[in-house]
Write a protein that binds this ligand. Sequence first.
Ligand code: NAD
Length: 243
Amino acid sequence: MKTKVKLCIIGSGRAGMIHARNFHYKIPQAEVIAISDMCVETAKSASVELDGIPYYCDYLEAIEKSGANAVVIATPTKYHCEIAVAAAKRGLHIFCEKPMAMDTYECEQMIRVAKENNVILQIGFMRRSFKDFIHAKEMIDSGAIGKIVTIRSLTRGPSTPHEWMYDIRKSNGPLAEVNSHDIDALRWFSESEPESVYALGGNYRCPDAKNKYPDFYDTVVMNIKMKNGVIGCNMAMMLVWRY
Ligand SMILES: NC(=O)c1ccc[n+]([C@@H]2O[C@H](COP(=O)([O-])OP(=O)(O)OC[C@H]3O[C@@H](n4cnc5c(N)ncnc54)[C@H](O)[C@@H]3O)[C@@H](O)[C@H]2O)c1
């Protein structure tokens, strides 16, 4: 690639700063030219860490004024769709963190607007780039382990969830924040789409959160049948967060 991708990172919390540092220090084909975070202190400190690049508190202003030709969206899930749509409509390519959005209506809207504006829309399912997962996929494809019948996975959220992940209006909880990686791997490995899903979950380890977030669940078990007959079983847990 002759010209560098000019990136604006939208949401400079935990995931946003991982992307920002990687692009800033390790990817010569990319240049982080702006940061946007609705929290001014967070935006400012990200800017300082990234050698004083401009920061914006309003993502729309960042999209319109920063001169970026691509965005990384790493805000809470609730905002993914509106930011992706705004970026696509202004011709910016999009890397959006998982889970893609809050529901299928939002996902379909993001895909449609990206297509209409001829921009790339990629979702941050990084397992597809992990060498162990790629190796497993190669083994499956080569027939080395025979015909796949079941896929079982167990995922533990590696870090303490932020409070917004407990709020069902901003996130769909562990099924979205954690299991979405397993669902994506299941789709990838089985090369099929879900036909039926059955999930059980509950709040077993975060009693303190029950009053404020009665819908929150920290542990979930999910069974999926794919259209091609493969069955998947996945369990996910979030680490405990306390007030
Ligand atoms: N791929 C992965 O494994 C992985 C890991 C962690 C997080 N994530 C995803 O990344 C996203 C962010 O998670 P996080 O852990 O970094 O959360 P976080 O709370 O650490 O960071 C989110 C940031 O977004 C900012 N923000 C909120 N609304 C905004 C808006 N409208 N405009 C601009 N900034 C806004 C917040 O102030 C905060 O600084 C989520 O979708 C999460 O699921 C993915």
